[in-house]
Structures are given as C-alpha cells and as structure tokens.
Design a binder for this molecule. Structure first.
Ligand code: ADP
Ligand code: MG
Ligand code: MG
Length: 874
C-alpha cells in the first residue's frame, strides 16, 4: 500500500507524536476529546524527510494527498479553498516531535488574494477585518516563505500609524489597511521582482515547503544541538482552518498555562488580547491582559476556557501550555502541550502531582529534565549583599535566578564578551530568535518590552537563565549604548544584577552564595536514589570540591587528578627541580621533599570523604607544563639548584615536544621515572593508613595508572606500586587493602582490554582522551572547526560534551565486555566530562558500568539521569 503522508485531525491521536509532531498529535487528541478545535490535517514528519530525500521537492504522492485532504476539509467547513466570495482560509503551522519555540514559523490567513479579500469583506460584512487579515498574510508569507525582511513591513505599519496620528494597529480603518496592503505588495515586488502570488494552491505548497526548509535553518540547527534533538526527525506541517481573533471587540487571542511556569504554583496563568491575531500576544504589540480579566470581558468564554483547561490537565496529567482564540464570542483551542517550565517549577509540579495522586514517583522522576537541574545548583544572591544593593527598577519576574554581569546591548557583543570569559547581562528592547546565541551566553536577560510569555521570557525559562522582562521604565540612549533607569545611567560594560524571581534590577555586581538541595528538590533526588542502580562519584582534586560534591550526593571520588597538586607556589620549585634533575638520585631527593605535601593532600581528601571510595590518578600531564617560562622563573630556579641558566635552558629544550598530547605523559612518565610512581604510592598509602588509624574509616585506596595502551606497560608500573605499597604496609604493620587499576583512554587499551584486565582491578573510561584519540582531533583545537561540521550536518553535537555512542561508545562497550570476560568482578566507571551528561549517563547504564563520575555541580544531574536510565530500560 502507498505510504500515508497526510492525516486528518480526526485520524490521529497523542501517541502519534513521532509521525504527526507534537502540535499535530495534540490537535488530533483534542479533536478526539470533542473540544472546539478548528479542523485540519497534518502532513507527516516522514513527508519532511521525504522532501529532503527528493532534493528539496514535494513528491507527487505527497502533493496529491495534500490536495485530497484539502477537499475533505472543504467539505467539513462547507467552504471552498480559493473561492472568491467565501474563501476557506487556513493556517500553515510547523510542529516537530518536541516543541522548538520560535524556531519555525507559522503563516495565517492563507488563501486570500486581491479578489478573494473583496469577497471576504462583503461576506463577513467587516472590510476592516478582511483587509487586516490580508495584510497580515502578505507580511507573514513574505517573511517566512520568501525571507523578505520583516522590518520593512513593520516600518510601513509605523509610517501609516504616524501619518494617521494613531498608536495601535487596531486604530487603523479599512482604508488605511488597504493602503498598507498596497505598500506591502510594493515591498514584495521590489524585493523579489515579481507580484505577490495570487493562486491559493501555489501559496499552500510554497508555505509547506517553507516549513520543511525551516527545519534546517541555522536557528533550528543551533537549538537542536543545545537540546540533543537529532537532525533526522524532521517537522510535520499542520494545515488548519482559520478562526479569527481580529474580528472586533468580542474576539481575541491568548495563551495560558494550567500552573505557573515560573514557580509551579497551581493556578491558571495566562494573558490575552482583544481584537488580535496569532502572535500578537507574544510579540507584545500591545500590553496583554491577565486571563482573569476575561471573566469580566466575556464571562461565558471564561467559564468554558477554565473548564477545558482543567480537562486538558487531567487528561495529560501534566501542566499544559495552551493557545486559544475567540471569534465573535466563540472559543476555540488551537494548541496544547506539556508546558515548558523552570527547574523549580518542574520540581514543584512533579511533587504536587504525586501528592494529588495523579502520577507515580517514577513518573515524577522521569519527567524532570536532568540538565535543567543545573539552574538550581548555581548560586543565589547573598542576603546581606542583596539588602545593601541599590535597586534601580523592577519589572516582570520572567525567569528565576540570580545574575550579575556586564551589560551588553546586542546578542553578538554578549556572545563575544562571554567567550572572553566575562559574565554578561543582555539588555534588549525585546528579543527575537536571532538573539538566541547571545541569550545563551548571558547570565541574565533584561528586556524593556514584552510580557511573561514574550520570547525572552519563554526562551530564558527554557534555558534556565534569569530574566526580567517588560521593564517599560528603561530609556535607551539614542546610540543604543546606554540606558537610564531609576535615575541612574548604565553604560555598555557596566555591572548590573538581576533577580529573576522578584523582577528586581540592581546597580552593580551583587555577591552570590552557593546553592543547596532541599524541599521539592530533595524529595525528587531521594526518589531518584531509590530507583537508580548506577553509582555517582565526582571528579575532585581538592577537599573543598570533594565536600561540595558530597553535599550534592556524590558517593565517592572517581577521579582525583594529582598534577593539580603540584602547581602550588610552594611546590612548583620542587617539582621543577625533580624534572630538571639529570640523575636518579637528584630526582629522588626532590621527590622526597614533595611527599609531605602529597600525603597531606590525600589525608585531607580521605578525611572529607569519610571512607567513601577515592580513585587517585597518578601524574599525567606532559612534564614541560611544569617548566619555568619567564626569565625571572628561570634565574630563580637556576640559583635554587646551583646550576647555570644555560643548563636550565638546555634541559628545557630537551624536554620540548612537538605534540605533547601524544608525548611524554601518563604512565610513560612512570616508565621512564619510576621514582615518581614510588613517591605517589608512598603518599597515598601512608595517608590512607594514617586516616584509617586515626578516624577508623574503612579506606581501600584505588590507584589509577593513566594512559595505558599495553598490558606490559601497566604491569611494569604496577610492580613499582605494589612493591612500594607493601613496604609501607610492613612499616606501619597494616593489613590495608588497595586496588590498582587503569584508565581506558587510548583506543589500543580498549582493543586489548581483556589482556589489560589481567593486571587491572578496575577500569575507568577516560572519555575525554578516548574521544580525542578516536576522532583524531584535540579537545583544545576542535572548537575552531566543529562549527563548520555542525553547519554542514557532518556532526550534530560536540563529541566532547555528548558521548559519541556510535564510535567511542563501541570502544567502551567492547572494553567493558572484554574486561569482564577476563575478570568478572572488574569495577567499571567513567570519569570523562560525559559522566554528567544525561544521554551519556544512560549509555553508561546500558553498557553495564558500575558508576559515573562527574564534576561536583553535575552530581545531582547524574543521579537523576541514572534513575531515568533505570526507568527507561526496565
Ligand atoms: P508556534 O509553534 O510558534 O507557537 P503556532 O503554529 O502555534 O506557532 O502559531 C502561531 C500563532 O498563530 C499562535 O498564536 C496560534 O494560536 C495562531 N494560529 C495558528 N493557527 C491558527 C488558526 N487556524 N486560527 C487562528 N489562529 C491560529
Ligand atoms: Mg503555538
Ligand atoms: Mg587522560
């Protein structure tokens, strides 16, 4: 049978999200619930993929099914598409599997042309409305389909409003709008050298193609990368009968949430505009009214609206984000979806739904976006500093969080300064999808225009960035390089602070304090811990980091990098001495001086970890990283060692490497200088034994040898470790147990993992290096070219952030299997950056690892992701 590319709303349901996209599937579901939905049909996501497979063409089969569906729709509506007296008008709406706000564009009032608009005016008896609909259509079609600059159209509208001396588009009459249309068509003609298309069928197919194309616009590609959305999903297209909120004072349009998306409070939350259409509310053309005002304006509509909103939340068992339109007193729903929310709101809603008996604890745990927890782990303003700060204004608390940074007025500047390591606050009149990268770069966003559902507010909440919106008191300077607020002038580069939870704006930079896990957050994390089997450790080199991680729930240290312990001002001269020594004896003397320091570091770490496992990795970086660089350092060292500057310089030259990443580092250092491994072993063992004796913790040191590619290499270093450890044990008369294991970070080690497991008691996948060496490009340089790879759809995401499951993952799976074959009880973990990335955590669970290890701030994310992995793989 031929493929079905087009589904009527009455033929689908919510389960068909992959095929119909989220919007289409929910329109179908609502149709099934007998709610007032303007009817229409959905062209499937598969048709989108087919469009790309056909080299950017709609195939005949798809086209004929669209035409068929249009005929059915004409019958349902009792109107003809393209009719000149009473035309059927439709909207063309994109809708991917998951909502991608602002990424793809909708066209309204499609089917109008120069003649039909006259018929439409006569038929409705409302010429003003007919012309308003047509001018909107021309504007949207030109922008979305033909990429004619939106601003040109807005300028015309502004000009005509100015000529008439009025403020709002609603003040323009039919004749004014006719003039608008004339000028709009002029813009179109000038930009494209052709007349505005008059054939509705052409309009329709052009619009469908534009939706398909928009799947691959740069904004969409960027959004997908930020949100782990695969490029081959495609978007569906919904063609839906128009209903009109712009027919006068008993018409309107709005958006609403069943619970507060910012705090999670159970209370309908929405905004609407009378006599408006489509995006007017979100775009902030006029200030919207709160939904409660609807009870006064149109009480019956309000009652019905509340009842449907309630039905929808009950039905989906989750907070809903809805769009509705009222046409001459009759209410229609145009969209519902599980609403985007801030992390605090997500936690509160999940807990309350459990308490209300609507969802299970497991459902609650699965529903929280693990990555979004990041928002909660970052600092809040310090109470005292906040009290002392100078508030200069207040506006809508659009997205919670504490943010302080330097002010920049455009997205590009914000991005540049963020990349240069500065904290930035993006201040805009209002934001638009083009600003997305700048918004990402910002600690906080402040806008002068727009409501709680404005672009800035919605996107900021989605990203977990603090946002204060709609601060009408801001006055921008002519040149756009400063603004005044509350009697103060803030210039580009000045510090301000934003509190996204209160909406307050402060002058200067306010100190912040670390976050803690409590309340709803703690409840969800406790449930997650009950569910998960994968352990979560942390990567920590200092007692402070380790303590922080334990507070966040870390069950041990998966990676303690010892090289960081040498950079201290007091120690670096000693390590330099060691490196620059030419004899074993001289090296040993220098190393012996380092033992007390190392031992103290490890003792501190063991103490804060209170008996939890700690994996200590032996010295890894290329030696030259420790070498003196400035003339001052070199002379000081020469003096200290009693050698000449020339001698130091010769040694520096000898240590120079062309490719240090692949040079004399990791276990290679221990192979050439076993004294280093000896010293580190002594420090580890003595620290463990002493803390064990002093505090009674049951410590089993885990010594990890990095960068191994061959069993004999590991065996060689292990021999040094074991000999030293046994000596220490004998000296202390201790029976302490310890483990020696390795990192799997060289592809050869993964290939020969069965042999390596004969020596290694544990494996820790060092996926930073493993990724680097599998791809053959370095982490530090990849940023320079990966961008082009995303643009050209060669790679979809940064393999250093999100584990490449296809390639690197294969090595991990293989090594895990081989390791277990040799040593069934081998302990397996991951300690690369990926250990805190939810999709990578799921992979680790499936690959049979025992634990993931990640930076302290990502520990809660990993805990939740581990629980979600267990639930998803039941
Ligand atoms: P987005 O995904 O960006 O929200 P939508 O497809 O939901 O885009 O449409 C944008 C706006 O147009 C929404 O406010 C929606 O309610 C409105 N709209 C879409 N289709 C229709 C229609 N058939 N009749 C009236 N308004 C519509
Ligand atoms: Mg919408
Ligand atoms: Mg490494």
């Amino acid at each position: 049978m031929a493929t079905k590319w087009v589904y009527k709303f009455s033929e689908g349901n919510a389960e068909m999200r992959n095929l119909l996209g989220g919007k289409g599937a929910n329109l179908a579901e609502m149709t099934g619930l007998n709610l007032p939905i303007p009817q229409g049909f959905t062209v499937t996501t598969e048709a989108c993929t087919n469009y790309y497979d056909c080299g950017g063409k709609i195939s005949d089969e798809v086209a004929s099914q669209v035409i068929e569906a249009m005929k059915d729709l004409e019958e349902i509506q009792g109107k003809k598409f393209g009719d000149l007296e009473d035309p059927l008008l439709v909207s063309v709406r994109s809708g991917a599997r998951v909502s991608m706000p602002g990424m793809m564009d909708t066209i309204l009032n499609l089917g109008l042309n120069d003649e039909a608009v006259e018929g439409f005016a006569k038929k409705t008896g409302n010429p003003r409305f007919a012309y308003d609909s047509y001018r909107r259509f021309i504007q949207m079609f030109s922008d979305v389909v033909k990429e004619v600059d939106k601003a040109k159209f807005e300028d015309v509208l502004d000009d005509i409003k100015a000529e008439k001396g009025v403020k709002f588009d609603t003040d323009l009459d039919a004749d004014d709008l006719k003039e608008v249309i004339k000028r709009y068509k002029g813009i179109y003609r000038k930009a494209l050298n052709e007349e505005f298309p008059q054939d509705p069928k052409d309009q329709l197919f052009e619009a469908i193609k534009a939706v398909f194309r928009s799947w691959d616009n740069p904004r969409a590609i960027y959004y997908r990368r930020m949100n782990d959305i695969p490029g081959d999903w495609g978007t569906a297209v919904n063609v839906q009968t128009m209903v009109f909120g712009n027919m006068g004072d008993t018409s309107g349009t709005g958006v609403a949430f069943t619970r507060n998306p910012s705090t999670g409070e159970k209370q309908i939350y929405g905004e609407y505009l009378i006599n408006a259409q489509g995006e007017d509310v979100v775009a902030g053309v006029r200030t919207p009214q709160p939904i409660t005002k609807l009870a006064e304006d149109l009480p019956e509509c309000y009652e019905q609206f509340m009842s449907i909103a309630h039905t929808l939340e009950e039905h989906y068992r989750d907070m809903q984000d809805m769009e509705f339109t009222i046409q001459e007193g009759k209410l229609y729903f145009l969209q519902t979806r599980n609403g985007k929310r801030t992390a605090p709101a997500a936690l509160r809603i999940a807990c309350e739904l459990v308490d209300e008996g609507k969802i299970t604890k497991e459902e609650a745990v699965s529903r929280i976006d693990a990555k979004a927890l990041d928002q909660l782990l970052h600092p809040n303003f310090d109470e005292a500093a906040l009290k002392a700060a100078l508030p200069i204004g207040e506006a809508l608390p659009a997205s919670p969080g504490a943010a302080a940074g330097k002010v920049y007025f455009d997205a590009e500047m914000a991005k540049l300064h963020h990349e240069a390591g500065l904290k930035v606050i993006l201040v805009r009149l209002e934001t638009s999808p083009e600003d997305i990268e700048g918004m990402h770069a910002a600690e906080g966003i402040l806008t002068a225009r727009g409501g709680m559902t404005s672009h800035a507010a919605v996107v900021a909440r989605g990203m977990g960035t603090a946002c204060v919106a709609g601060c009408g008191d801001i006055k921008f300077a002519e040149d756009g390089k400063s603004f005044t607020l509350g009697g103060k002038t803030v210039k580009e580069g000045d510090y301000i602070s934003l509190d996204g939870s209160t909406g307050k704006i402060y002058l200067g930079e306010i100190r912040t304090v670390p976050a803690s896990i409590s309340g709803n957050f703690d409840r969800i994390m406790t449930w997650a811990d009950e569910i998960r089997t994968l352990q979560v450790r942390t990567n920590a080199d200092t007692p402070a980091d380790a303590l922080n991680a334990v507070k966040f729930g870390a069950q041990g240290i998966g990676l303690c990098r010892t090289e960081h312990m040498f950079f201290d001002a007091e120690r670096i001269p000693k390590i330099r001495r060691m490196i620059l020594s030419t004899t074993k004896e001289a090296r040993e003397i220098a190393l012996n001086q380092l033992i007390p320091y190392q031992k103290k570091d490890f003792k501190d770490l063991y103490e804060v970890m209170e008996g939890r496992p700690v994996t200590i990795r032996f010295l890894d970086p290329p030696l030259h990283e420790f070498l003196p660089n400035t003339m001052e350092e070199i002379t000081a060292l020469a003096k200290d060692m009693g050698v000449t500057v020339e001698e130091i310089n010769m040694r520096r030259a000898a240590l120079h490497e062309f490719n240090p990443m692949m040079g004399h580092r990791g276990c290679r250092l221990a192979v050439t200088y076993p004294e280093i491994a000896k010293m580190q072993t002594r420090a580890v063992m003595e620290a463990a034994i002493e803390v064990k004796q002093e505090k009674g913790y049951d410590i089993v040191p885990e010594i990890m040898i990095p960068l191994v590619g061959e069993k004999k290499e590991l065996a060689y270093v292990k021999e040094v470790v074991v000999q030293t450890a046994e000596k220490v044990k004998a000296y202390y008369e201790s029976d302490i147990k310890y483990k020696v294991g390795t990192m799997i970070e060289i592809p050869r080690a993964a290939l020969l993992a069965d042999e390596i497991a004969e020596e290694a008691e544990f494996f820790s996948f060092g996926t930073n290096d493993l990724t680097q060496m599998t791809f053959g490009f370095s982490r530090d340089d990849a940023g320079k070219f990966l961008e082009s790879y995303y643009e050209n759809k060669i790679y979809e995401s940064d393999p250093f952030a999100k584990l490449d499951q296809k390639g690197v993952g294969q090595l991990i799976e293989m090594a895990a299997k081989k390791g277990k074959a040799t040593r069934p009880d081998i302990h397996l973990g991951i300690c690369g950056e990926h250990g805190g990335d939810p999709s990578s955590v799921e992979f680790c669970y499936r690959a049979g690892l025992d634990y993931v290890s990640c930076s302290p701030f990502r520990v809660p994310i990993a805990r939740l992701a581990a629980a979600q992995a267990a639930i998803a793989n039941r």
